[in-house]
Design a protein around this ligand. Structure first.
Ligand SMILES: *Cc1c(COP(=O)(O)O)cnc(C)c1O
Length: 366
């Protein structure tokens, strides 16, 4: 009986390793016999979703039996106004992950090359390799994407370049000068995907506004998400801003109802509650300082971060530290798969969660 199903898959898919999500909190509590575990592992908004979103979703319940608006008309109109772009530049996805995958499927084929940075977000290699495209990985500089080195890696086969700004799991970012020079020198038939999942958190001077740049460089595609500062990770809603022809192509291959009705209405309400975003960002700023100060006091290094997480350097294999924190009821993210085995990525939590984390770091980092 035929059983070698793996051999039937294209080589690019055979070579993939599935994304490793963290275990659910309830499962860990059971396994470890602990209560009140705090999860600082997935860069979610510790304040949760806005009250306005939660109230609005209940009103939407009577329509659960209906298909969603596959054109996302209302959300696109709102976003277009908010971002000051034309609605036909927008592609709405089931998380920005969905949009990243659509882009790869539209533009990559076996034989094409995609370029990513060392330590870059894993979804880019996943999306490119699943299609059978070749991947070039450019060494990072001080943990950051090196755009000069990236440019030097471009070949005749290069079709797409991914830039996470800021990057997960390093929190590093490229500035407006570096990005503009890069775009000025890049062949303009190469698509640049600028992933701005943490855009709302960044207040560093010189940070580029990708959407403004996408108006000047039509080969620049910006992706954003409601999963982080807007606190809607569970609902999966992200989008791309691009040249309308690029949006048109992605629209041709997406599932007709790729985004569900609850997510659409939640995103519309979340967009209207900018106070919630401001509160989330302000808390993150104060709390990331608290964690950096604690690391300084403990003699722990960290990568300066523009996001809602801090990647801490333990100067030795961090797996035992991760496990020790787990036994104290704190889940963080080991990032050995990102070639950072001595670091742990720690999401900035609520003030009392961060206090507990810092007490735990004191115990385990000695
Ligand atoms: C969290 C994250 C995203 C968001 O993904 P969604 O699918 O929108 O939840 C995208 N890019 C990076 C770098 C991220 O860290």
């Amino acid at each position: 009986m035929f059983q070698d199903f793996i051999s039937l898959a294209p080589a690019g898919i055979q070579a993939l390793e599935p994304y490793q999500p963290g275990k659910p909190v309830e499962e860990l509590e059971r396994e470890l016999g602990l209560q009140n575990i705090i999860k600082l592992a997935s860069n979610e908004n510790p304040l949760g979703a806005s009250q306005a979103v939660m109230a609005g979703l209940i009103n939407k319940m009577p329509e659960l039996a209906r298909y969603p608006d596959g054109s996302a008309y209302t959300l696109k109109s709102k976003l277009a106004e908010f971002l000051e772009v034309d609605a036909d530049c927008l592609t709405i996805g089931n998380g920005s992950n969905d949009v990243l995958e659509l882009m790869a499927r539209v533009f990559l084929k076996p034989g094409n090359e995609a370029i990513v940075s060392q330590h870059a977000f894993v979804v880019y290699p996943l999306a490119a390799k699943a299609i059978g495209a070749e991947l070039r990985v450019v060494p990072a500089k001080d943990y950051c994407q090196d755009l000069v080195a990236t440019l030097a890696q471009v070949s005749a086969n290069t079709r797409m370049i991914f830039i996470a700004n800021p990057n997960n799991p390093t929190g590093t970012w490229v500035d407006n000068t570096a990005l503009t020079q890069f775009m000025d020198h890049l062949r303009d038939d190469i698509l640049v995907v600028l992933d701005e999942a943490y855009f709302e958190y960044v207040d560093q001077a010189g940070y580029p506004d990708g959407i403004e740049l996408s108006k000047k460089y039509p080969n620049l595609i910006v992706t954003r998400t409601f999963s982080k500062a807007y606190g809607l990770a569970s609902l999966r809603l992200g989008y791309a801003v691009s040249h309308p022809d690029i949006a048109d192509l992605m629209n041709r291959i997406r599932q007709p109802f790729n985004v569900n009705a609850m997510s659409l209405v939640a995103a519309e309400l979340a967009l209207d509650d900018q106070d919630h975003v401001r509160r989330s960002v302000a808390m993150n700023k104060a709390e990331i300082s608290r964690l950096m100060n604690a690391c300084n006091a403990l003699g722990l290094g960290y990568i300066p971060s523009a996001g809602n997480f801090l990647t801490v350097d333990f100067g030795k294999d961090a797996q035992p530290v991760y496990e020790a924190l787990l036994r104290l009821g704190i889940i963080v993210r080991p990032i050995g798969v990102y070639q950072l085995p001595n670091h742990l990525r720690i999401t900035i939590g609520l003030p009392d969660e961060n206090v507990r984390l810092i007490e735990a770091l004191k115990k385990v980092s000695g």
